[in-house]
Design a binder for this molecule. Structure first.
Ligand code: HEC
Ligand code: HEC
Length: 468
């Protein structure tokens, strides 16, 4: 896409959102046949600057990459491809984490080690903040990070970024918004750019359209009737004994009163498999993982540095990543912080069989006793040898593996608090997984209702497998 069409996208999306809202219902709950002429959303001046900056490729070292290159509005502000980690502006190096969607970030509370849980019941724990490890305090400070990250937009200094704005097409609007002398102070101008981008992300409707089938279903039910499969999936999503999904992907009102973000903003250690070359035919291993001593441990670093473990010592936060918003997850092609999984079926199967069949997910070593056997098609490890030793939780150093979560559905939910270190009872290898294939299919159908841009009038409403 060139810059001109890049700029049009958010406007077009805002218009289609406004149209959808207008056609959905009137005050009496009846469908409205003809919509009034669409109105353009009026953004504040900082947000207008933010919009121009968000799509500005001149803000990268190679003048080839904008925020939208990785956070594409046509993909719910997530990546436009299924690659685990994206290439940076230098066109040589890739990042170390999967690109998240930027939708529904505006209600994220500030990071706190002692954050209250939105459910009002669960005890306080680390929660909130931006990035998978919460290291960015606000959307404004976050925006400065990709600009200066050598693996991303790769600018050598704040000065280089400010120069690009000053010499660019919207320098005038920037001065009008932030003061005639704003360019005199590099730090102040750089911070103003962050403020502008934050204003865009907070104001622009295309960052929080609430236009999924689920929204129609929850908020007015007109045109948003779930199919039997989707409805079964919704019930399962809330079942504490079977899936426990909503235990972390909280669906109630959050601190800002918005509903259904599918996160409680807490941090959990799921033990996602390491995205490296030990996965046969892995199309996109994370280059940093070539170093066996490198571990991405979320709250414990390496990108945030305030909870680093002492050498060789366990730290209770190692391996914890933020519970992501699940809206628009069905439009993604890379899942978890390291993008190691590539479909929703794989994700749900991982929850289901991480402990009952670790050989599906983690590499094995040793000869074992039996002949190689084929694993299911969705498994990361296509074959396993019975009796071989499986390197469970291989993306965490052994000393940190006690943090891995054993709540339902991964564990039995019995025993200690919720982690292995607290004495929970894991599901035994070889035992029967908690979810049936039908239940997994239903859950995936439900997750599909969380994608924005649902058109109630267009038929059929769900793909074949989600109808019955
Ligand atoms: C090269 C790809 C790339 C580019 C370009 C990029 N980002 Fe990101 N973005 C990422 C990745 C990867 C993460 C996750 C990083 C992490 O969790 O440590 C991320 C995370 C974020 C988050 C945090 C979301 C959350 O869930 O907390 C925000 C906000 C964001 N980016 C905004 C921006 C803005 C604004 C720009 C432009 C100034 C930008 N990004 C440019 C890759 C990119
Ligand atoms: C113990 C808390 C917890 C439970 C229970 C849980 N999740 Fe998650 N979920 C997380 C965390 C934390 C992540 C991010 C993990 C990471 O990045 O390594 C995640 C990630 C995901 C993702 C990937 C999203 C993305 O953008 O990468 C999906 C999809 C998902 N969960 C669906 C579910 C479903 C469906 C269930 C129920 C079967 C469920 N989760 C149960 C905590 C939980």
């Amino acid at each position: 896409m060139n810059l001109a069409t890049d700029k049009l996208v958010p406007l077009v999306m805002a218009l289609s959102v406004a149209l959808l809202a207008l056609t959905a219902c009137n005050g009496n709950g009846n469908a409205v046949a003809t919509a009034p002429a669409p109105r353009k959303q009026v953004l504040s001046m900082p947000a207008q600057v933010g919009q121009l900056a968000f799509f500005d490729k001149n803000l990268s070292s190679g003048k080839n990459m904008s925020c939208a290159s990785c956070h594409d509005p046509q993909y719910a502000y997530g990546p436009p491809n299924s690659i685990s980690v994206q290439l940076g502006s230098d066109l040589k190096q890739t990042g170390a984490r999967a690109v998240p969607s930027l939708r529904y970030k505006e209600s994220t509370p500030a990071f706190s080690e002692d954050a209250p849980n939105p459910d009002g019941v669960t005890s306080n724990s680390p929660g909130g903040g931006f990035m998978a490890d919460g290291r960015a305090a606000t959307l404004a400070t976050q925006a400065g990070m990709p600009l200066l990250n050598p693996l991303e937009m790769n600018n050598p200094s704040k000065e280089a970024v400010v120069k690009a704005v000053q010499n660019g097409a919207y320098a005038g609007l920037f001065k009008q918004t932030f003061g005639a002398n704003v360019f005199d102070n590099t730090d102040a101008a750089f911070d103003a750019l962050g403020t502008a981008i934050q204003a865009l992300e907070t104001e622009d409707l295309s960052f929080h359209p609430y236009s999924s089938k689920y929204d129609l279903y929850v908020f007015n039910k007109i045109g948003g009737v779930l199919t039997p499969a989707e409805r079964r999936g919704e019930v399962l999503f809330h079942s504490t004994g079977v899936t426990n999904c909503s235990g972390c992907h909280y669906t109630g009102a959050n601190f800002n009163g918005n509903s259904g973000l599918m996160t409680d903003f807490t941090y959990q250690a799921l033990g996602a498999p390491r995205n490296d070359r030990s996965i046969p035919n892995n199309p996109d291993p994370i280059p940093a993982n070539d170093d066996p001593a490198y571990f991405d441990m979320g709250l414990c670093g390496p990108f945030r540095t305030d909870y680093m473990p002492a050498p060789g010592k366990a730290h209770p936060y190692c391996g914890m990543f933020k519970v992501p918003v699940l809206r628009n997850a069905a439009t993604r092609g890379a899942f978890f912080h390291n993008g190691v999984l590539h479909s929703l079926e794989q994700v749900v199967n991982f929850y289901n069989t991480r402990d009952t069949n670790p050989e599906y997910w983690y590499p094995s070593h040793g000869d074992g006793t039996g002949k190689p056997q084929a694993n299911p098609v969705w498994a990361l490890q296509p074959t396993a040898v019975p009796g071989a030793t499986v390197d469970k939780y291989n993306d965490l150093p052994p000393v940190q593996q006690g943090n891995v979560d054993e709540e339902v559905p991964m564990g039995t939910g019995e025993g200690g608090e919720k982690t292995r270190a607290s004495g929970t009872k894991p599901r035994a290898a070889g035992s029967t997984p908690v979810m049936t294939p039908q239940q997994i299919a239903d859950l995936v159908c439900f997750l599909g209702t969380l994608s924005d841009g649902y058109q109630p009038s267009s038929a059929p409403s769900a793909s074949g497998r989600c109808v019955k």
